[in-house]
Design a protein around this ligand. Structure first.
Ligand code: ADP
Length: 357
């Protein structure tokens, strides 16, 4: 009797601990019927006791994003959705296997994190926006000054111009990133790859100034569906990096090829390469393998971040392979849903891409 009283008391303690957790917990049976839920599940998911006991969770949350997720493949976590019980709050949801064919649905309130993230985004966007005008004015005056009028200051003037251009580029890249971060979708326009690839090649030649061999190998014969401006900016970033991080006499190969599940755009170079321990962090803002090399080559440290965001918006994936001292390949994988048969009509051929990103 003593043991069973202790067990009952332990069970009671465990239940009340789970009941007062700040995360919503719902215990589901094999058919996804609600067996038990804690207090947070009432406020976040809108469940009510006692009548939601044994209710089918999917039917109970009908019409919400969570119900669609429960109906489909709920093995992958669901990020940042409105809480069905309190739409002003944001939650992350995951489903964990539990006991015998049962499941535990966990919903974590991430409203606080989302708000901090929003504050960070707004701050970066506002600062960049505020810096834009003064920088344009400074840059304009620097361009007006003729080094020949002030020969003693000529080297200083040159350096000031370079730095003000660099600052301007950082501000523009930060504004681009802010825009991409707040966007959930992109325009679905035809991106004619033949002319885009020709433009990318011209850009590579312009940056290289004859110091590299530029090869274009386009066998895919398909166009992309998405935002022409953003895709141009992403794909040309990879080309510009390849040229900037490859010493003279190297080769840059731009490829556009079909794969079993879509198409692959890749830029291969025979340049400096990147040590393996840096690869995972390359798409972070301002992450550089070598700061001096990036700065000397005119980099802002934001290029690959932009590439990643643009690809995410197009459900694409960035893959990076590199061997130090031998070179790197940056590849963008696009799914079939983003491909269109190549445009061959001449009458309504879309406008060409601008020559500069
Ligand atoms: P940056 O403006 O500095 O080039 P990116 O975001 O485009 O910034 O790239 C981040 C870093 O990744 C670079 O500073 C560089 O160290 C490394 N990197 C990018 N592309 C290459 C490449 N093709 N070869 C070697 N290193 C590269």
């Amino acid at each position: 009797m003593h043991r069973s009283r202790r067990l009952a008391s332990n069970l009671h303690d465990l239940r009340s601990a789970a009941a007062s957790l700040p995360d919503a917990i719902v215990l589901l049976d094999q058919q996804q019927r609600v067996r038990w839920f804690n207090h947070a599940a009432e406020s976040l998911l809108g469940l009510r006791r006692p009548h939601d006991r044994n209710a089918l969770l999917q039917a109970r949350l009908h019409g919400s994003e969570l119900a669609n997720w429960l109906q489909g493949d709920s093995s992958h976590p669901l990020h940042d959705i409105a809480a069905p019980g309190q739409p002003s709050r944001h939650i992350n949801v995951e489903m964990l296997p539990f006991g015998h064919h049962q499941h535990l649905l966990l919903a974590r309130d991430i409203s606080h994190l989302t708000r901090l993230e929003q504050i960070r985004r707004d701050f970066v966007a506002n600062v960049s926006h505020e810096l834009r005008t003064p920088l344009t004015v400074i840059h304009g005056y620097l361009e007006l000054l003729d080094p020949e009028d002030v020969p003693d200051l000529a080297p200083v003037l040159g350096e000031m111009r370079t730095q003000s251009r660099r600052m301007g580029q950082i501000v523009e890249d930060l504004l681009t990133l802010s825009r991409l971060e707040t966007q959930n979708t992109v325009s679905d326009e035809r991106v004619p790859m033949a002319s885009l690839l020709a433009t990318l090649r011209k850009e590579a030649e312009a940056i290289s100034q004859g110091r590299h061999r530029i090869v274009l190998d386009a066998t895919a014969h398909v166009d992309l569906l998405g935002s022409p401006k953003d895709l141009h900016s992403a794909l040309s970033n990879l080309v510009s990096n390849a040229v900037r991080y490859t010493p003279a006499d190297g080769t840059i190969t731009i490829r556009w090829e079909r794969t079993p599940d879509g198409a692959l755009y890749s830029v291969n170079d025979t340049g400096f390469g990147i040590p393996a321990d840096h690869l995972a962090r390359l798409t972070e803002r301002f992450y550089r393998v070598s700061s001096s090399r990036s700065r000397d080559s005119g980099g802002t440290g934001l290029g690959l971040s932009i590439v990643k965001h643009v690809l995410n918006l197009h459900q694409g994936r960035l893959e990076i392979h590199s061997t130090p001292g031998q070179g790197s390949t940056f590849a963008c994988r696009f799914g079939k849903e983003r491909l269109l048969p190549e445009h061959t009509g001449e009458d309504d051929f879309p406008p060409d891409f601008p020559d500069t990103p």
